[in-house]
Design a protein around this ligand. Structure first.
Ligand SMILES: *[C@@H]1O[C@H](CO)[C@@H](O)[C@H](O)[C@H]1NC(C)=O
Ligand SMILES: *[C@@H]1O[C@H](CO)[C@@H](O)[C@H](O)[C@H]1NC(C)=O
Ligand SMILES: *[C@@H]1O[C@H](CO)[C@@H](O)[C@H](O)[C@H]1NC(C)=O
Ligand SMILES: *[C@@H]1O[C@H](CO)[C@@H](O)[C@H](O)[C@H]1NC(C)=O
Length: 566
């Protein structure tokens, strides 16, 4: 029994640290210096685990330009006198000076198999002017180490690597690659403001299962292509076609998102341990490419062949990736409107995973590693709350500065686990002060949506878990002032309407890969915590950082479409 305890501890610790530090990069070409890291929220701490093949001292830091001058450095090791670990800053190419304010916390430091392994933490938004601030832009990491514990000149045992710590994406060097093309075939874009084109297609047969690990946009006309989505179809879709979307065709029922791109976006690469399955027993599966064209000048004669290129490999990764849509979707007969002249109108959609377990039982722990938030033009904020046993335990994601033009899949700083019975709530905040008419929930960019797409593993056969308020509920209809299609711009009435929509029961719906839908009527919107704010007392430091992490074009967007299906 005794011998089990360290083993269990090791097992638990290894598992826990993988989730807490999902990102990994070798800082040198010889793979002697390995950095793992992760973080919970941008207002909190970032944790690093540095492993270096030496039993001497190790150093790591952040540098403004790759050199030592102005850099923020930690050095540590396990020497004859025990463990040492200190925060320094460098004023030039000389021995760094001890930082007055020690901003790093040592979590563990040990040696094994000739390696030094040091785990440490600091605030992402450090208050110390002698610390380099970490933003969502690439930052130059520097390292050095020595053969002994005498910290002295490192000679050639040093280097630098640029990494985006807060918005990290694996970058595979493509060598022997294969890809599938999901592209439109010189289609004619009609002279209308919004046009959705759908191509339902099959891919060339792959006899065995493969994994898609990278999605590259192929855009012919950047001025009109607004977003693209690729959906996997249920088995009853058996014929290809190429035509406008949402005209009642069978392919409208394909709504299991597997890849996406949005204006401002780039390549998206999945984590090294995960891939989207394709081929094998799925060889007969059809896919639907949906391209949203924006043609505001109503130009005629525009043609386009844009699409997505899916890079795949036969070397299967550990996990199959699934994408689950959560949030708010409405049917035509359950319509409600966002009134005009509202500066902060909130809508909610909830997902109770106990509903999913009626399809998938037992429900495995879903490890969410990335999230894509989606609203249309009036969206200003999106927050995704995570609840367990009736209490909010976390945010899966939030964006307090939502920008329709920069929609991206965001890798989470740590992997968040959704357990059976957990609930997810998506809150969207809209600003309609510049509108004179009501805003509908719907497909056009001038309509609204409120969705969060969760990228997770292991994949389960569920494509969505969404809800909408029961707009036929007596609470909403008994007062004529707060009609469900309210057009008021009276601020008190707007507030009352918003709170009634939040208070009435939610009609929840889960949908599986074969488009089976289960209705369920007991959901409620729970309170959502305040978004975490920076706790740093040093105003100067926090104001430098306030905006920098938000901006990063890379992207994606989406839409779902039940509205039309129903
Ligand atoms: C670094 O050390 C580890 C553990 O001893 C060893 O497995 C690995 O091969 C070493 N790496 C290199 C590049 O020498
Ligand atoms: C390249 O990939 C193909 C298909 O995946 C494979 O058959 C071939 O052996 C690979 N070639 C090399 C040199 O790895
Ligand atoms: C695309 O279609 C247009 C008109 O339908 C035609 O003029 C043009 O040559 C086509 N382009 C290609 C590359 O086939
Ligand atoms: C919720 O609470 C119950 C009773 O306290 C407990 O048995 C259960 O494990 C909890 N669920 C989760 C997911 O923690």
């Amino acid at each position: 029994m005794r011998s089990l305890i360290p083993l269990l501890y090791l097992f638990f610790f290894a598992g826990a640290s993988d989730h807490a530090m999902p990102f990994m990069e070798y800082l040198d070409q010889n793979h002697l210096v390995c950095l793992k890291w992760g973080f919970d929220k941008l207002e909190g701490n970032i944790t690093f685990k540095l492993t270096v093949n030496t039993t001497g001292w190790v150093g790591f830091g952040f540098s403004p330009n790759g050199g030592m001058k102005g850099s923020d450095i930690i050095m540590g090791g396990l020497g004859p006198g025990g463990t040492y670990f200190t925060d320094y800053y460098a004023t030039g190419n000389s021995m760094p000076l001890v930082d007055m304010q020690q901003s790093y916390t040592l979590l563990s430091l040990n040696e094994s198999d000739g390696q030094t392994i040091v785990t440490f933490q600091r605030a992402i938004q450090s208050c110390d002017d002698q610390d380099v601030h970490i933003t969502a832009q690439p930052i130059k990491l520097i390292y050095a180490y020595g053969p002994t514990d005498d910290i002295s000149y490192h000679q050639a045992r040093r280097g630098t690597k640029e990494v985006n710590l807060l918005n990290y994406m694996t970058r595979t060097t493509l060598t022997n690659f294969s890809y599938l093309n999901a592209t439109a075939d010189n289609i004619t874009v009609p002279p209308s403001h919004t046009y959705y084109h759908c191509k339902v297609m099959k891919f060339p047969t792959l006899n065995t299962k493969h994994h898609i690990y990278l999605v590259e946009p192929v855009i012919e006309h950047h001025d009109i292509v607004h977003h693209m989505l690729l959906y996997r179809c249920p088995s009853f879709v058996t014929q290809p076609y190429d035509k406008p979307c949402y005209m009642g065709d069978i392919g409208d029922a394909c709504f299991n998102v597997i890849a996406a791109w949005g204006v401002g976006g780039g390549v998206f690469e999945l984590p090294e341990n995960a891939g989207v399955p394709v081929g094998g027993e799925d060889s007969d599966t059809f896919y639907r490419l949906e391209i949203h064209y924006n043609n505001p000048n109503m130009e005629t004669g525009r043609t386009d062949s844009s699409g997505l290129r899916l890079y795949y490999t036969a070397q299967l990764r550990q996990h199959d990736v699934g994408v689950m849509s959560t949030g708010l979707l409405l049917f035509n007969h359950m319509q409600y409107n966002i009134p005009p002249k509202a500066s902060q109108f909130h809508t909610y959609g909830v997902c109770n995973t106990s509903m999913i377990s009626q399809f998938v039982n037992p429900l495995p722990d879903l490890q969410v590693f990335a999230v894509l938030l989606h609203t249309h033009l009036a969206g200003r904020k999106v927050r995704v709350g995570h609840y367990r046993n009736g209490t909010q335990i976390d945010f899966l994601s939030y964006d307090e500065n939502y920008d329709f033009e920069i929609q991206q899949i965001v890798n989470l700083g740590n992997i968040k686990t959704i357990k059976q019975g957990d609930e997810i709530a998506v809150e969207c905040t809209y600003d309609t002060t510049d509108r004179t008419k009501v805003t509908r929930m719907g497909l056009a960019t001038t309509d609204e949506m409120c969705l969060a797409f969760l990228l997770y593993y292991p994949a389960i056969k569920i494509s969505s878990c969404i809800s909408h308020p029961n707009t036929t509920h007596p609470l909403l209809n008994k007062s004529s002032r707060t009609s469900v299609v309210t057009t008021t711009s009276d601020q008190d009435e707007i507030a009352e309407y918003e709170s009634l929509l939040k208070a009435v029961p939610q009609i929840q719906m889960a949908c599986d890969d074969s488009s089976r839908i289960l209705f369920y009527e007991t959901g409620f919107v729970r309170e959502m915590m305040k978004t975490p704010t920076v706790t740093c007392q040093n105003n100067k430091a926090s104001s430098t950082l306030g905006t920098s992490w938000i901006v990063n074009p890379a992207g994606i967007i989406l839409l779902l479409l039940w509205i039309a299906v129903m």
